[in-house]
Design a protein around this ligand. Structure first.
Ligand code: NAD
Length: 506
């Protein structure tokens, strides 16, 4: 049986790459490739429409096999000292550094991430891995009472076998940001990558095995959400499920987990994040490239994209002018062109979805297409040029639904209270940003905005790139329908452990 994930597009010549995608076409279970005859999926380069080959799709049987392999490996992995687990993780991180280009090329081929940007982010991932390797030493319990009659403590133990179901938007990071803390806490993992980006996950599992992770510690099952994904969510052999993806799928996996095996879950879902610019910040002409990046990075395909820009009503014209000027620095085009800042959308299905929102913006708002240099000379790929919608009706889906594409809504406000009310007026609560020099207003917004994270910038000079920060290991919890569960830092490591109370009575 041959199925296609995306319809073929007009094909043009393929880029020269150093990577052979065919090496990563099977699941990786118990330290080796696992063939499956349940179906073949063909993928197409979203920039060119050319086939990049087929992968073997696995289902419930492969999931059973992967869970059994992870179960068999877990006690041995957990029994290693933290130092030994850290040493193996450091080997793993060194091999990721070695293979940055190969992994970046896979991301560019599978989902159209600009190769240079992909390599930059992947090169930062080993730092996160090293931080978790060091932090694992701090996983510890609590001593409650000590007397000659009674000693009581709570200790933190690994949960056991962790399933990670992840999306396609940043394929390498999506896998490692879940697998690394789970492994460092003494668990083994079964990863189900998105059906749109399986190869990068398989490559990571192969590297993990080369680095010395025991067979069965890091398994990858290539499969569809409603087959392999659902089988994992329901599986009684999974002790903890960490899900990253859309809110609709997060609800489905939470339901399946609860109804079939009552397993604990953490879900990190979508967002509709607001970025608030207070009046004083307009003095700083350098802010616009930062505002642009925080909305349009990865062509708008990231969970924390600031897709609603809130500005004082009197500053709307300045805002449009600032974003138009900044956009000339961000060429859209071929992911393998080093000058490209924004690649295509990840696949045809995603492209068609996002185009529907652009049509809505053109027909129901004052729509402005930005002036990004268009280097995607040939049509046929899944390209979308960044644009801004202003004067958006209050009840428009453009203000409520996650678009996951390069379309920014600009909303206006009169007072800071007004801005906070507008920022909080969606079902999501993932992320946010605020630009001001006013200490009082920044405290007020940070305490009243309902988000898992908030970046406060006092000037363009102080702003760091508004991208995933892999070094700090700060932690947060998504709010509302953006999900639940601690992510990052020691709190995020603890999420992969479970507490056991022990009392000795003499
Ligand atoms: P998606 O929900 O369609 O798929 C995510 C994963 O879930 C995939 O592996 C998919 O196969 C699987 N899946 C889908 N339905 C399932 C089901 N019924 N049972 C089990 N598994 C199922 O999301 P996507 O389109 O791959 O990714 C985009 C979404 O991910 C956006 O909403 C984005 O905001 C979100 N995201 C969130 C974060 C975060 O940290 N909060 C990070 C990245 C992406």
């Amino acid at each position: 049986m041959l199925e296609r994930l995306t319809r073929p597009m007009t094909s043009r010549s393929e880029p020269q790459t150093t990577v052979d995608p065919g090496r990563f076409s099977q699941s990786w279970i118990a330290g080796g490739a696992y063939g499956s005859n349940e179906g073949l999926y063909e993928h197409f380069n979203p920039a060119t429409g050319a086939s990049i080959g087929r992968v073997e799709v696995a289902g419930a049987e492969a999931v059973d096999h992967a869970v059994a392999a992870a179960r068999a490996a877990q006690p041995g992995w957990a029994a290693l000292s933290k130092t030994e687990r850290a040493r193996i993780m450091m080997n793993f991180s060194a091999l990721i550094s070695r293979d940055v280009l190969m992994l970046a090329e896979l991301e560019a081929l599978e989902v159209g991430r600009p190769c240079n940007a992909a390599a930059g982010l992947i090169a930062a991932v080993p730092e996160m891995m090293r931080r978790y390797a060091g932090l694992a030493d701090q996983i510890s319990g609590d001593l409650f009472e000590a007397s000659s009659a009674r000693l009581a403590f709570a200790r933190r133990r690994p949960r056991g076998v962790v399933a990670a179901i992840v999306p396609w938007n940043v394929p390498v990071l999506n896998v490692l940001i879940r697998a690394v803390p789970a492994l460092m806490a003494g668990n083994t993992v079964v990863v189900k990558p998105s059906e749109y980006s399986p190869r990068a996950a398989v490559a990571l599992a192969m590297i993990a095995t080369e680095a010395g992770l025991p067979d069965g510690a890091f398994n990858v099952v290539i499969g569809l959400g409603q087959q392999a994904g659902q089988a994992l969510a329901e599986h009684p052999g999974i002790d903890f499920l960490t899900f990253t993806g859309s809110t609709a799928s997060g609800m489905a996996v939470t339901r399946a987990s609860a109804m079939q095996s009552l397993k604990p879950v953490a879900v990190e879902c979508g967002g509709k994040s607001a970025q608030i610019l207070l009046d004083d910040i307009f003095e700083d002409g350098g802010i616009w490239p930062h505002i642009f990046v925080s909305a349009f990075w990865n062509s708008g395909q990231w969970c924390a994209a600031k897709t609603r820009l809130l500005v004082p009503a009197s500053r709307l014209a300045d805002t449009i002018a600032g974003l138009r000027a900044a956009s000339s620095e961000f060429p859209v085009g071929d992911p393998f062109d080093p000058a490209t800042a924004l690649g295509p959308l990840a696949n045809r299905v995603q492209h068609e979805r996002v185009e529907r929102y652009f049509e809505m913006a053109r027909s129901s708002t004052s729509y402005v297409e930005l002036d990004c240099p268009n280097r995607s000379a040939e049509k046929g790929g899944c390209f979308a040029l960044p644009g801004i919608a202003t004067e958006v009706p209050d009840n428009s889906p453009l203000l409520q639904e996650e678009i996951f594409g390069p379309l920014l809504s600009v909303q206006t406000f009169e007072t800071v209270d007004d801005a906070i009310r507008i920022a909080n007026s969606t079902n999501y609560g993932l992320s946010g940003a605020l630009w001001t020099n006013d200490a009082h207003d920044s405290h007020k917004v940070s305490s009243e905005i309902v988000t898992g994270s908030l970046a406060v910038y006092s000037s363009a000079r102080a702003a760091r790139p508004a991208l995933p920060d892999l070094g700090s290991l700060q932690y947060y919890e998504p709010q509302r329908q953006s999900g639940f569960g601690a992510d990052g830092g020691l709190a995020g490591l603890h999420a992969y452990t479970t507490a056991q109370a022990v009392a000795f009575h003499n």
